[in-house]
Design a protein around this ligand. Sequence first.
Ligand SMILES: Cc1cc2nc3c(=O)[nH]c(=O)nc-3n(C[C@H](O)[C@H](O)[C@H](O)COP(=O)(O)OP(=O)(O)OC[C@H]3O[C@@H](n4cnc5c(N)ncnc54)[C@H](O)[C@@H]3O)c2cc1C
Length: 370
Amino acid sequence: MHLLGLAAWLLFVLAFIPAVRSRLGARLLGGIAQQHRIHHWLGLSAGFVVLIHVVFELVSEPDSAFAFDDPYLTSGWIALFVLLIGLGFSFTKSLAHRKWVLIHWSLLIALLAAFLHGQAYLHQENLDRLVFYAAVLIATVSIALIFGLRLFEQKWIIVDIRERSPALYEIGLKATGKAGRGFKAGSIVFAQFGRGFSRAWHPFSIASCENNPVMRLLIKSVGTDTSHLLDLRQGSLLSILGPFAEFGVSPEEDQVWIAGGVGIAPFLGMTRCLDFRNSGAIRLVHYQAVEEPDLAREFAAFQLRHSQFLWKTRVTQQADFSEVREWTKERSGFKFLVCGPPAFMRSARKFLIRAGTPSSNIHTEEFSPW
Ligand SMILES: Cc1cc2nc3c(=O)[nH]c(=O)nc-3n(C[C@H](O)[C@H](O)[C@H](O)COP(=O)(O)OP(=O)(O)OC[C@H]3O[C@@H](n4cnc5c(N)ncnc54)[C@H](O)[C@@H]3O)c2cc1C
């Protein structure tokens, strides 16, 4: 049935819209993590409908299904093959991040092959043509934006680099252009480190308050680029894209912040805002594999200065969230903001749901590359 092919094409194209990193898109879709989630679900749905389309064609026209002398049929098989490889590696997470990025870019080949296949087998009814070519327009604009918006990078000058512990660095930055001051605490920027580093764009949370003229990133040393941040020099330039909205919860609301490891970064920024504005009751629990005494001193000082701020930290390999339980019971009005690596996020969400927290009160910022 040709409608299956058309639906698969449309879903595949729609997956490219949330792949565009635009500030407006992130705001409209509820944050960049939510935007990525929508991208994943559209990609997965496209793969699913493509498979049904292929099975249907194999059953209904088995004799011509493998006519590889037809370039347009072959391009359909190429699209299927590349799409399934891309989806497979994304959802099994079985590839190192940088290799996965290359595979993911190859989905552009799948898109082109699907276009060639689709326009050759397109039914000539007006509605089919309208949907198909509207999708071509959406794909073209989305891809142009994916590449084009990268040109809107801003240069920020490094004002200081602090080693907060052997594997944790804090970089202070000042805007050189019209941005003028730091971005909202907890929002996301993509940074490219410049000479001596790879050309990859890395997502980081803003770990400072927007009222502060120096914007700060708290970065854990984990890999190719973040393992030699001390090579950066005071006065050198960093390229920044963003900021992208996250955590759309008003500071006036009572909230519990749950951080895993370097997932403390956005909460550090939001805590630093306590010196500048009023807030509801804040409860922060930080689960970490190793102690961070320098960070602990800073949070303890905030706790002394601001009575509405209560902070706890626990060194553990496996958070059981027992420290959070009392606040899930205390009153239902608390918003829960969770940030950390994917496994931590999954167990935090499971815990909160089991403790009776409505999903609408759980807000997440996941440090997942997929
Ligand atoms: C929304 C978001 C916010 C983040 N905020 C912070 C933050 O405030 N501080 C911080 O230290 N880290 C943060 N991260 C993770 C950070 O982006 C990666 O640790 C960093 O990009 C690794 O770069 P690398 O070249 O050193 O690592 P690589 O050598 O490329 O990879 C090393 C490890 O880092 C992981 N990684 C690589 N790229 C990414 C990526 N784009 N996103 C997530 N993990 C990645 C890989 O899976 C791998 O396990 C955030 C990630 C996301 C998605």
